[in-house]
Write a protein that binds this ligand. Structure first.
Ligand code: GAP
Length: 454
């Protein structure tokens, strides 16, 4: 983790938030390479789960919603974690996290079990002080809409996007003439006032979610649940994650979220423990029914074949963007005596191609290299780099995961060819400049490097 964190800072992926003011606890800013990485993952996710399917519709809903939404969804009452306070320092901790730190396995424990365990073991704060009785702490950030601060203007920053999908259920199915089963997807920020954020970007108070609600007939929920679990694993494979590092965790009923009847977490073997990466929940008709009751709006779906009115049930695959990014960084980071290399899948790499003139002070080479660089730039995110020995430039790009480097040398001027060097195999091939864009096209379509030339 330390290596990843320092590389991410050094090479412009992730900086500490509010850095020049000494930072802000557990807040992170994504730098030029970090934002490119996030955008690539998000766009690919959208392509994979929305654009390449005819049964999922994307929306981009407002972050701040009517407070009645959170009353109806149960978040105002239920979206909380058990908190314990150090009696001396007033510092607050999550009870389950403190028990875990003591080596107690809480995965099967209900909240009541945890409270009892804390009493039985005479649990102390990390500073060794007495703890007060556990309390429930609501994780939603509260703010006010408009200039007047009173109860009527209180609004919340969304802790999940899901509610916007339920609220827009009728809008989408009528305007898009959708038929069951179908999904509504969205990506965007979510906010949770976590009691104990930490482990770098793993648990933060603002984060990016990518999720969808898949509406199905009740009798078919198990079939769809199984299907989407398989699709989530396929997505992770596409992200380059080694499946050896993943496992499914069946959430015991005592620990299910208030809306869920079954949840399977896909866990990743992080350096700080095997922890949730993504979640897949069967939310039943809990949300639509609640919104129907509280809004008075008819959210029934009428089956066009049978004319039967039903409230659809929901399967919800939910993906944290920063957790995806952290997990990819950890999984594809490699080092040996020669180099550090981040083996991002080609589609994910923030910089796709680097272009080098062999020598910085050879005007002809530089001119040629710039021309080639500028011809590539409209098609691929590319970087021009002329400083330092060629080996050092390769290393620099290995460290940020650039899949291909192109070198323009003295032979280029004679044979109108350039050298392509592949990040993973470190092999090199010569390619005619006239064929360069076609070759890059094949490479980024996934063709094996050594098969690019016969
Ligand atoms: N709508 C369902 C939902 O929000 P969740 O399991 O609470 O379910 C979904 O969150 C995903 O969001 C998680 O699997 C994780 O990837 C990510 N996530 C949750 N809390 C997070 C946090 N504090 N920081 C970063 N990512 C988080």
């Amino acid at each position: 983790m330390q290596k990843i964190e320092s590389l991410a800072k050094r090479r412009g992926f992730i900086y500490p938030g509010s850095d020049i003011y000494g930072g802000l606890a557990n807040s992170w800013d994504f730098g030029p390479l970090g934002v490119a990485l996030k955008n690539n993952i998000r766009q690919e996710w959208w392509k994979w789960f929305v654009e390449s399917r005819e049964d999922v519709f994307g929306i981009d809903p407002a972050v701040i919603m009517n407070t009645k939404v959170w009353e109806s969804s149960g978040h105002l009452k239920e979206f909380s974690d058990p908190l314990v306070e150090d009696k001396k320092t007033n510092e607050r901790y999550r009870l389950d996290h403190l028990l875990e730190k003591e080596g107690i396995n809480v995965s099967e424990m209900s909240e009541q079990d945890m409270v009892e365990k804390a009493q039985d073991t005479n649990l102390k704060s990390p500073k060794g002080n007495e703890l007060a009785q556990p309390k429930q702490f609501n994780l939603m950030f509260k703010t006010n809409l408009g200039p007047i601060e009173n109860d009527d203007s209180t609004v919340y920053l969304r802790p999940e996007i899901a509610q916007a999908m339920f609220v827009n259920f009728k809008n989408v199915f009528t305007t898009m003439r959708a038929r069951l089963p179908f999904g509504i997807a969205a990506c965007g920020k979510a906010f949770r006032n976590e009691i104990t954020p930490g482990n770098y970007i793993y648990r933060t108070r603002e984060f990016d979610l990518m999720e969808f609600e898949y509406f199905v007939q009740e009798k078919e929920w198990e079939k769809h649940f199984k299907y989407w679990l398989g699709q989530m694993h396929k997505w992770l494979e596409h992200c380059g994650i080694n499946k050896k590092n993943l496992e499914n965790y069946e959430t015991p009923s005592s620990k299910l979220a208030h809306y869920s009847k079954r949840t399977v977490d896909i866990q990743y073997n992080f350096p700080f423990g095997t922890k949730e990466l993504y979640g897949l929940a069967y939310r039943t008709d809990f949300d639509l029914r609640n919104h129907m009751e509280h809004s008075g709006e008819d959210l029934n779906y009428t089956d066009p074949n049978t004319n039967e009115k039903i409230v659809p049930h929901v399967i919800e695959p939910s993906f944290g963007l920063e957790r995806t990014l952290l997990c990819v960084l950890l999984d594809v980071y490699a080092e040996d005596e020669q180099r550090i290399v981040i083996k991002f899948p080609r589609w994910m790499a923030p910089i796709k191609v680097a272009v080098f003139p062999l020598l910085q002070n050879d005007k002809k080479l530089v001119k040629h290299a710039r021309e080639i660089f500028e011809s590539i730039l409209p098609c691929y995110v590319a970087q021009y780099d002329e400083s330092g020995a060629i080996g050092r430039r390769y290393r620099r790009h290995d460290e940020i995961g650039t899949p291909l480097c192109i070198t323009i040398d003295h032979d280029t001027l004679k044979d109108k060819s350039v050298t392509l060097r592949d990040r993973d195999s470190m092999k090199q091939i010569r390619v005619k400049i006239d064929d360069l864009l076609d070759t890059l096209g094949m490479y980024f379509d996934g063709k094996e490097f050594k098969k690019l030339v016969s």
